[in-house]
Design a protein around this ligand. Structure first.
Ligand code: PLP
Length: 174
């Protein structure tokens, strides 16, 4: 335990923008950023296409975060599905069979083009790309992977290698 860091938190009613911002600056390491000059926007909550901070300033979320909240923040169906699943089983290792995972896979296959029969669930986008690259190489027996110029594919080894040329030639030195 780090004796210099008190584990206590202020009551929820006393949390404000400054407190959340200071926690972020002191303890959170952000990806792809110069840590010392970061000034992250504080978000306290969200609903639909809006996000807000602790003084009630509200913003339209044109980014949909990482384009992953296209149906809106806190959609009631999403919230209640997460609550119901958490109440019955919060986590399960990849080795087991599980109703939620099986049904999700079946629904994805029902929407997928002809020829697809199974879903490989990964933890994140970089993980998905990493495995896709490995599968493509195994299947084709070839090694070259093409990617769009200045594209982004995640922060794992193979995913970073896809943008290496841009990073080497043009990105500002960090
Ligand atoms: C196009 C694209 N590919 C891959 C990734 C990596 O996803 P993750 O951060 O979940 O690993 C991102 C994340 O922003 C992305 O936008």
């Amino acid at each position: 335990m780090n004796a210099n860091v008190a584990a206590s938190h202020p009551p929820a009613s006393e949390v404000d923008n400054a407190y959340v911002h200071s926690l972020d600056c002191q303890y959170v390491f952000h990806s792809w950023a110069l840590q010392g000059s970061l000034d992250s926007m504080v978000i306290a909550g969200a609903e639909g296409c809006r996000v807000w901070d602790y003084v009630g300033r509200s913003y339209l979320d044109f980014s949909s975060q990482l384009v992953n909240t296209n149906i809106g923040h806190q959609h009631p169906k999403v919230v209640s599905a997460i609550q119901a699943q958490a109440a019955s089983l919060c986590t399960i290792s990849p080795a087991h069979a599980n109703l939620a995972r099986g049904e999700a896979a079946k629904r994805i296959i029902a929407k997928a083009p002809a020829g697809f029969s199974k879903v490989f669930f990964t933890n994140a986008g970089a993980d998905a790309n990493e495995n896709a690259i490995r599968m493509a190489r195994l299947y084709t027996g070839r090694s070259k992977i093409l990617s769009a110029y200045r594209s982004y594919h995640g922060n794992t080894g193979s995913a970073i290698a896809r943008v290496r040329r841009f990073l080497e030639l043009e990105a500002p030195a960090v």
